[in-house]
Design a protein around this ligand. Structure first.
Ligand code: GDP
Length: 204
């Protein structure tokens, strides 16, 4: 898919205030500092569509961007950042869970995982919650440039094995990306494009 246009639409903390356009929507979420802003900027090829974080955890809002006038890219707050107070964390979680449960337009969430790290409890629990609530998601492994090609496979296989040893009967779709080396861009965009095509076929 070619990105012809990408524009910021609105930021808010209530799913009821999200845009009403009946177009397919893709949410991006992950732990703070996972490389979410960099990935969004790489996908859209805009240097600062999503601001890369000066201070992780700062962007505590649901951010809608309209792409090619026919789908939404949603930048969600990073989770699991220690500097956010407990109370803030609670409200944050509620509006994020509300978003996932209530947002009709959401067709797929991308859960971002730093490819270098061992599976973290917070990510595994989050994916488990997505599964329990039947919210479709894929994994995007970020920062692949930080590993040698051989260890990329080892890390990914290990991650998937841990999911399959846990609650998952089937591994989720996943993508291997690097924003600094522009790896995986086409794979992610083609995946979105295929879902969009199907969506518009069914809704025409
Ligand atoms: P966010 O907090 O999840 O939005 O993460 P950012 O996009 O702000 O990135 C966090 C840090 O990781 C920054 O220092 C980025 O430069 C770095 N980073 C992000 N993506 C990559 C990548 O693909 N490769 C490398 N080497 N560094 C990255």
């Amino acid at each position: 898919m070619k990105i012809k246009s990408s524009e910021f639409v609105i930021s808010n903390s209530k799913v009821t205030h999200c845009p009403k356009d009946p177009i397919p929507e893709y949410a991006f979420i992950g732990r703070s500092n996972v490389g979410k802003s960099s990935l969004i900027n790489m996908l859209t090829q805009k240097k600062s569509l999503a601001k890369t974080s000066g201070r992780p955890g700062k962007t505590q809002l649901i951010n809608h961007f309209k792409i090619n006038d026919n789908w939404f890219l949603v930048d969600l707050p990073g989770y699991g950042y220690a500097r956010v107070s407990k109370k803030e964390k609670k409200t944050f979680q509620k509006y994020i869970t509300d978003y996932f449960i209530e947002r009709q337009q959401l067709v797929c969430a991308f859960v971002l995982i730093d490819i270098r790290h061992e599976p973290q409890k917070v990510d595994l629990e989050f994916m488990e919650w997505m599964g329990e609530n039947a919210i479709p998601f894929c994994i995007i492994f970020t920062k692949a440039d930080k590993l040698r090609p051989k260890s990329i496979d080892t890390h990914v296989n290990n991650y998937i094995k841990i999911l399959l040893d846990g609650i998952w009967e089937e591994a989720p779709n996943y993508f291997i990306t690097s924003s600094s080396k522009s790896i995986g861009r086409e794979d992610v965009l083609n995946y979105i494009d295929a879902i969009n095509t199907e969506f518009y076929k069914q809704n025409s």
